[in-house]
Design a protein around this ligand. Structure first.
Ligand code: ADP
Ligand code: MG
Length: 395
């Protein structure tokens, strides 16, 4: 995978750069409640401004479906972005944008209005691509999290302007390349979370890519059921046991070792610290019990598997980690992975909304080699799909 980066750009005085960022942040009462995505823009935006460019930020916000509205306006994000950047940020509406851009001085940063106020943005309509392209000389895509969509601002622009990966995009692509593109072996994948059905393509792809596939979370129950284990009242997709068997067969053929839990934490009710809590062998789950976490013996064995590996990719928690003590396995395995990463024996890459929350809960997100906050794009990458926004940057 080769693409141009900001290293390939010299002095940008007199140039206008269109930068696709992800400003789709959660908000409540007009306040940004999590500014992770804003912080991810800092390196690229400041570097371009320092090189003398007029910097225009292109982004979507929510789902306005081609209808301009106050609710989905990006105007309200200029101030929070300025706060995070530590420099002024102006806002430019789609009315009179040309004149507003012309009036900017070298090194200025401005947020353009929501790209999705154009219905053609999501259709990658050439006239919308042209509309955006007419404002700038250079295109920088810094939003990996939007790269699984072929939209005008995420894909189309790369074909009509000289295109570069921003610093956040570059870091994400390098980390992902290291984890699954050309990883050091052995490679382990941890796949957990609620349901098999949401991650079938991930599992199918991974068995041909990794040496160890560690299955945990609710989805492990479907695999256990496929192997004839009675899982009681556990979350289980019984209609998918056939598919689970197929995945296990394919893993076998590909030489991928699948690790399913052999002890589990069960309870009769799904509540914090329930009276009926107990740990048992997977073959001893009662009809009125549900599996809510992987057991301690299995986790110890999994930590030993990680010790033999050089690369780890992780999506999905091992248990219902939001409720104590069902966070135990996730926290323990996350700590093992973090320690091995710190020692320098493991490259660890993790992603997924709940996975990131679980790693933060375990207090180890900062110790992983790379944590992706990209959600959908991260999952599609784990499925082995080509992301259109990334493909368009390739030289
Ligand atoms: P991600 O967002 O990281 O991709 P998912 O959304 O696939 O992860 O899965 C996360 C959810 O899976 C969490 O809400 C967690 O409570 C749930 N989960 C994990 N293990 C179990 C289990 N054994 N039973 C029920 N739910 C579970
Ligand atoms: Mg989730």
């Amino acid at each position: 995978m080769t693409f141009k980066t900001l290293d390939d750009l010299g002095d940008l005085t007199g140039k206008t750069v269109l930068v696709r960022e992800d400003l789709n942040v959660p908000m409540a009462d007009g306040m940004v409640t999590d500014d992770t995505r804003l912080r991810a823009t800092v390196t690229t935006l400041c570097e371009l401004a320092d090189k003398g460019a007029k910097v225009l930020v292109l982004a979507h916000f929510g789902r306005p479906k081609g209808q301009p509205s106050e609710e989905f306006s990006l105007k309200k994000l200029a101030a929070p972005l300025a706060h995070v950047l530590g420099r002024p940020v102006s806002y430019i509406d789609w009315e009179g944008d040309k004149a507003a851009v012309a009036a900017l001085s070298s090194g200025a940063i401005a947020v353009l209005e929501n790209t999705r106020f154009f219905g053609g943005e999501e259709k990658n309509d050439p006239s919308v691509v042209e509309r955006f392209a007419s404002l700038g000389d250079i295109y920088v895509n810094d939003a990996f999290s939007a790269a699984h969509r072929a939209h005008a601002s995420t894909e189309g622009l790369a074909h009509v302007l000289p295109a570069y990966a921003g610093r956040a995009m570059e870091a994400e692509l390098k980390a992902l390349q290291k984890a699954l593109g050309a990883p050091e072996r052995p490679v382990a994948a941890v796949v957990g979370g609620a349901k098999v059905s949401t991650k079938l393509d991930v599992l199918k792809h991974l068995v041909s890519k990794v040496d160890h596939l560690i299955i945990g979370g609710g989805m492990a129950n479907t695999f256990l059921a496929a192997r004839g284990v009675a899982v009681g009242k556990s979350l289980c997709e019984h209609d998918l046991t056939g598919t689970a068997e197929e995945i296990l067969d394919n893993a076998d053929k590909a030489g991928c070792t699948v690790h399913l839990p052999y002890d589990v934490v069960v309870s009769k009710e799904f509540a914090a610290n329930p009276a009926s809590l107990r740990t048992c062998n997977v073959h001893e789950v009662a009809a009125d019990e549900m599996i809510l976490d992987v057991g301690p013996a299995a986790i110890e064995a999994l930590a030993d598997v990680l010790k033999t590996c050089r690369t780890l990719v992780w999506n999905g928690p091992m248990g219902a980690f939001e409720t104590e003590p069902f966070d135990t396995a996730t926290v323990a395995l996350a700590k093992s992975a973090a320690a091995l990463t710190k020692e320098g024996s493991l490259v660890s890459v993790a992603g997924g909304g709940d996975t990131v929350a679980a790693l933060n809960h375990a207090g180890v997100a900062g110790d992983f080699s790379y944590v992706s906050t990209a959600g959908g794009a991260f999952l599609e990458w784990m499925e082995g799909k080509e992301l259109p926004g990334v493909a368009a940057l390739e030289m």
